[in-house]
Design a protein around this ligand. Sequence first.
Ligand code: G1P
Ligand code: ZN
Length: 556
Amino acid sequence: MNDDKKANNIIMNIKKIPSVPFTDQKTGTSGLRKKVKVFQTPHYLENFLQAIFDVATDLKGGLLILGGDGRYYNNEAIQTILKMAVAHGISHIKVGQNGLLSTPAVSHLIRKYSAAGGIILSASHNPGGPDGDFGIKFNTANGGPADSKFTDQLFASSLHITEYKIATIEDIPLQKLGEYQCGETRIEIIDPVSDYADLMAEIFDFPSIQALFDSGLFNICFDAMHAVTGPYAKAIFQQRLNARTSSVINATPLKDFGGGHPDPNLIYAKELVERLNQGKDAPNFGAASDGDGDRYMLIGRNFFVNPSDCLAIMTANAHLLSGYQQGLNGVARSLPTSRAVDKVAETLGIECYETPTGWKYFGNLLDDRRITLCGEESFGGGSDHIREKDGIWAVLFWLNLVTVKRQSVEEITRAHWTRFGRHYYSRHDYEGLDSNVAEQLMEGLRKRVETLKGETFAGHTVSFSDDFSYTDPVDHSITKHQGIRILFEDESRIVFRLSGTGTEGATLRVYLERYEADPALHDLETQTALADMIAIARELAELETRCGREQPDIIT
Ligand code: G1P
Ligand code: ZN
């Protein structure tokens, strides 16, 4: 060991702190998500971490990847995790510099370095700050979110905590790259970007994309929304691909995301939308990502591509990209994601899987090589390169596609609709509902769908309806009550489900869809095109009588 390393040898003691269980540490769609103030309750974070170390026994003696989206409480939580990981005999921890690592980067690092798991600190697109949200996700050795078996054990374990183990060491400086030895544990502060950027360069044709930027005829605007993707976007788009300095906005990660929602949609990525709509000098291509870098939104000049269409278009064109030219094993979409990709899969003769909401359900399909691409309507897209959705990957996929096709985002999308038909699609969210009222509403729908088949509403006849239950084709596990789906003979569809990521009350999500094959009808305004489905959904769910809500809170 050289002198530098010796200098970083840290003296420590291990303590056992008595504690009592919290009864609310059940993970949702994506990890444990609560208000910052809840995580700050004495022992709350430590208890949950103790449950992780109790269940993820492979971590002992193994490698742990650790980082987060930089939100308020990120670095305090990292110090606690480091101390508890040391106390639990983790042999090596790679932590992102300044506590930063995007969710996709963690997934990649786990796979690249054969880690036993990863801990990601993020509440994704939820606002941050002392009054905002915080979250913890645990990813397993395949790089993906822990499956339901693991999270069930985690919850059970959290209910039996009597003490937690923690090392008494000083805080580890996270600002500088370096290494520290604490007892048996090596803590390494790593560059959060370089491994991930290398992976992107392996998948996509960087020289061609760079040539397009160098031509001066094409330019992008990427909005990092003051969240984790700023450093990734600058390193990849600007340093490696030579895009101009104005190509990345809101690039500095801030604890409160500048007071905004780091949620890439037309409402919250307002600055980006304004830039793209500036007329002939506007960038040709716009994109944004969320708090932890797994979501993305794609826009052209005055043109929005919905994420379900993005997945369909990627599927139809993947063979044109060198990284995917061998073709696709299959594709998957979550239940609420529109069925646009189903049409493409049918034409390509590949399997299309319908899974419950949440990326964890794609894991087995990817590991078993049944699918290559997957996506969710909630601005998520990804492939078998990692086991998480991946915002920057999706943007690079589109940049590579634009480079190959020499067409704009709008031209590519319109050509797709002409070939496969258009799926008008929208999601209506009713937020802050009383949890009991929301449960009763879903229960009412569960009963109602048993007898809906054959009934006609405003000229649309129900061809199929159920409460979605998923049998994993790989491990045969069954997941029930994943959403109410109602299909109509004309291929329209309505899906109802309750959100599993909220931190207050209940959110009802209503997903509306209508298929239109005729290109002459591809220019309708989305809400107008969906007017019948919107009215039917409100009637079936008895939204007004049960919840007293005349309008959704958010329409995407
Ligand atoms: C939401 C999205 C879902 C996504 C999850 C985590 O979950 O709808 O697609 O996987 O966030 O990013 P929900 O709140 O609907 O349970
Ligand atoms: Zn996210």
